[in-house]
Structure formats: C-alpha cells, structure tokens
Design a protein around this ligand. Structure first.
Ligand code: AMP
Length: 496
C-alpha cells in the first residue's frame, strides 16, 4: 500500500516523500483511515513502529481540510500529551516536517526551561500543541493556554504516563478539554489499568494493534553477555573496540551510573556524554544533537532521559545495567531497529540481574543469544557476595553493627507510607537516583543521592508547577462538566 492510497492530500504526500517514507508502516496503514474517518482509536504499538506519524499525518489532514486557509490567530485544535520532554520535542518535529507544505502551525511546551519562548509561540496562535502535563497545566493555570477549542486529543505513551504517576494530571486535563472531541490513545503495552484509563477517554474506539503486547521488534539482534558487576566497564570498552559500532546508546539504571560510565569512556578516549534528569534541558538537547550528528560516539542515558529519543540510524543499544522491569527492556531496545532498520541490543548481566533476564525472556517470549568466550566471563559465584562473606567472618564488630542498623532502617522504611504522588516527572527522575530496585542498587549510589529519599516537596517554577493547581480547579465557563453552551453551538468542527 502507498500513502497515496490512503487518500492523503498533496502537500502532506510531498512532505512524506521528502522524508523518504516510501510506504506506510502497518500501524499507519491501520490507524490513518480510521482517524480520517473521525473515529476514536486505541492503538497498541511499540516505539519504532511509526506510531507518531500514524496519528500526526491524519491529524494534519483533518486540520488542513478545515483550517489551512484560516486567517489571523488560530485557536488550538489539537492537543497531544506525552510523558517526557524529549518525546514532546520529537513529536512536534514530526508535525512540523509533515506540515512543511501546509499553513498549519504547531508548537511544543515542556518544563525544565523558561517558559518565555513557549508563551510567545502560543500567543502567535497554533493549531497543534504538543505538551508534557506539568508545563501544560501550569500554562493553563496562568491563562496562557486555552483548551476550549480542542477537537482532537491524543494521549501518547499512556503506559509510561501511568508509570510516571501522571494519572492525576491526566484527570485534570480531561475535566477541561471539551467532551465532544475525537480522541486517540496510544500505548506500547495494554495492562488492565491502561485499558481502564482508555475506556474513560475514548468513545466507541476502534482498536489497532500491530504487534502482540510487549513483543520486541524482529529486526533487532538481541544478545547477552554474562559477566561480573565490576567488570562491566572493561566489557564495555572491549565491545566498543568493534569499529562497526559507529554510535551506541548505553543505558544505566541511575543518573550517578550514567555520569560514571560517560566519564570513564571519555577518560579512555571515547567521545561520550551522559543525559539524565539532573542535566538541564539545554544540556540534554545539546548532547542529543551532537550524538545525532555523529559528534559523540556514545550517549549514556537513564530510562527517563532516553524516552523519546528517535535517532534514525541508531543501530546499537547497550544495556550496561538491566532494569528489573521487563517492559523497560522493550522500550530500551526499541530505540534501535526503527522503522524496519537493523538494530543490535546487547545486555550485560551480572549475578544480581539474572532474575531480571528471566523475566525479560518470559515477556518477549524468546531467549537472548548468549555470547560466550568473551574476556570477562561471569564467575561461578558472585564476587560481591564473597566480599560480604569475608567481611562477616572478620572479627571487627562494626560491619555486623552496620548490618543490623541497615536491617532496622529497612524495617522502618517498609512501614513508612509512600509520599503522595505529586509531580510525577520529577518523582520518576528522582527514582532514577535510586534505581528501580533499591535492594540491588549499589550502596555508593544511594549515598551520593541522599536528597532523593526525601519526598518531593514541590515545584520551583518548572514543569512541575502543576502543584500550584492543586485545590484550584481551572476556571471553566458554564461551571458544570462539559462544554459551555455558547461554545457547543460554535463547535461544528471536525465532528459536525
Ligand atoms: P515512531 O515509532 O513514531 O517513534 O517512529 C520511528 C521512526 O520511523 C521515526 O524515525 C520515523 O521518522 C520513522 N518512520 C515513521 N513512519 C515511517 C515510514 N512510513 N517510512 C519510513 N520511516 C518511517
């Protein structure tokens, strides 16, 4: 099937041709006709499947058909909400590229940077707004963004939204966007809580699904190196000796770990940088740009920072540390092998991570290729345990004392109620300080990141400013749920 057969208008076809898109991907082939038909869609598609274009192309066409020639300041017609800044930027870049030969305007808002430029763009008037929840709510609260003319609403990467604790922000948004709208919902996985959320947003949706839930892209070679924790750095250097690896995205569990690996690589002469939640947005964007331009060979990233990274030619993903959440593995390796290109995913597994590998293999329904005969094989017993055992046998009482102290602390921690979820992006980033599994996170990393143990206190004028909205519902004409009467009459687009 060609894009032309999907009845797309010439300016969009021209832009797609310029992007080098020959044919629609399966998710595009399925979703585009329904969206053009103004149906609500529930899309189950993994990253790399072309899902952004699957919603961006038909949205542009719907807006084009109605408003391409609109004069003066235009109201926001379409809102796309996505969990991370990187992803938001990426989506807006796609919209801009596909809209190149139209008069449709779009912009993106996200936290972590000053709002001035974003406010100016909105004030000029845009048809399409892509946003992360915190900054969006903040701008709405300030009266800068109005969503009362929204006809199309997209919730992207819904599963990550929930993982990151954005549920309250989503609920706030749903209260203010018009009930009469077309909604599109995309998620890589569809567990029960996601289906429940979708049911609350969508109206008689069609379901489009390109791959079974949690399956991994077939074009990615997935291999695993069993090694010892302390030898992972040498193993990484050894693997990077392979000149075929022009660039690689390396994942660590923690921000501290990402910095450490990037520093080590730089010291050894590799051009490397780290991106994570503690880096400023500008810093992250700069590193990403340099990586895309080939000025950096290795980008070391934490999961949250890496979300939304879309690098057309990325062939190598290296899991320096394996996440205890198998879905994370699917998201990580989906950074390579995009849109049918070949990709390679290498995972380093130490003793403590063996159980995670079992979970991953169960989830993806296949075994990873084990690479034997490398110079840093895993020892029969965990050297870390041996070290502990030696320590325990020593006559010094201090270690036992510390162990008891830790035990007591753990008991206290177990009793402590989790802090109320407030600003999820910040909280999720803070979680990266600790790593997803506290028990297995290296002690050093805990020490260096003590502040993250404290409950998140609140915003500092950034993306997380949504807390200011707490208790202050958005003003809505008409008071009750739904559209104000005047607007209802006016709203003849595109659902008329
Ligand atoms: P996504 O799943 O939206 O993150 O897209 C993954 C990658 O596929 C992006 O780099 C897109 O530019 C690219 N892409 C999307 N649709 C197509 C297509 N029909 N043909 C070729 N590449 C595509």
């Amino acid at each position: 099937m060609s894009f032309k057969q999907l009845n797309l208008v010439d300016p969009i076809l021209k832009a797609l041709d310029e992007k080098g898109y020959k044919n629609p991907t399966p998710i595009q082939e399925q979703a585009i006709p329904y969206i053009l038909d103004r149906r609500d869609v529930m899309g189950c598609a993994q990253t790399g499947s072309g899902k952004t274009a699957a919603f961006a192309i038909p949205i542009l066409q719907l807006v084009y058909n109605k408003e391409n020639d609109a004069k003066g300041k235009v109201p926001i017609r379409c809102l796309i909400v996505t969990p991370t800044r990187e992803l938001a930027i990426q989506i807006d870049e796609n919209f801009k590229a596909y809209a190149k030969y139209t008069n449709i305007r779009s912009t993106v808002v996200f936290g972590g940077v000053s709002q001035g430029e974003q406010v100016r763009a909105i004030k000029k008037g845009v048809h399409i707004l892509t946003a992360t929840p915190g900054r969006l709510l903040d701008l709405m609260n300030q009266g800068i963004v109005s969503l009362s003319d929204i006809k199309l609403f997209v919730l992207d990467e819904a599963d990550r939204m929930l993982d990151m604790g954005f549920i309250h922000d989503i609920k706030k948004l749903l209260k203010v966007i018009p009930e009469k709208r077309q909604s599109l919902f995309f998620s890589a996985t569809m567990p029960d809580n996601i289906v429940k959320l979708a049911n609350g947003i969508l109206n008689n949706p069609v379901k489009v699904e390109v791959t079974p839930v949690s399956s991994t892209v077939d074009t990615i070679n997935q291999s695993i190196y069993y090694t010892n924790k302390k030898q992972k750095r040498d193993l990484l250097l050894h693997i990077l000796e392979n000149e075929k690896i022009e660039s690689a995205l390396v994942f660590t569990r923690t921000k501290y770990g990402a910095d450490k690996v990037a520093r080590m690589l730089t010291k050894k002469g590799s051009k490397a940088a780290a991106i994570h939640g503690d880096k400023s947005q500008n810093n992250r964007q700069k590193a990403l740009k340099q990586f895309k331009e080939g000025k950096l060979r290795v980008l070391v990233a934490t999961d949250i920072a890496a979300r939304g990274i879309d690098i057309d030619s990325l062939e190598w993903v290296i899991n320096f540390e394996i996440s205890n959440m198998p879905e994370t593995y699917v998201h990580r390796i989906g950074r390579s092998g995009r849109a049918g290109k070949n990709g390679n995913a290498i995972s380093f597994c130490d003793h403590a991570e063996r159980a995670y590998v079992r979970d991953i293999q169960k989830l993806i329904g296949k075994k990873l290729d084990v690479i034997d005969g490398h110079p840093f094989p895993q020892s029969a017993t965990d050297p870390a345990l041996e070290e502990n055992k030696d320590g325990a046998n020593k006559p010094g009482q201090k270690q036992n004392h510390n162990r008891n102290k830790n035990k007591n602390n753990n008991k206290k921690l177990a009793k402590r109620k989790p802090p109320k979820a407030k600003f999820s992006e910040k909280r999720a980033e803070a979680a990266e300080d600790k790593g997803p599994n506290k028990d297995n996170a290296p002690k050093k990393e805990h020490k260096s990141n003590k502040p993250s143990d404290k409950p998140f206190k609140g915003p500092k004028g950034k993306d997380n400013n949504a807390s200011k909205a707490k208790g202050k519902p958005f003003k809505k004409k008409g008071g009750k749920k739904g559209m104000p009467e005047g607007l209802k009459k006016k709203m003849m687009w595109p659902l008329d």
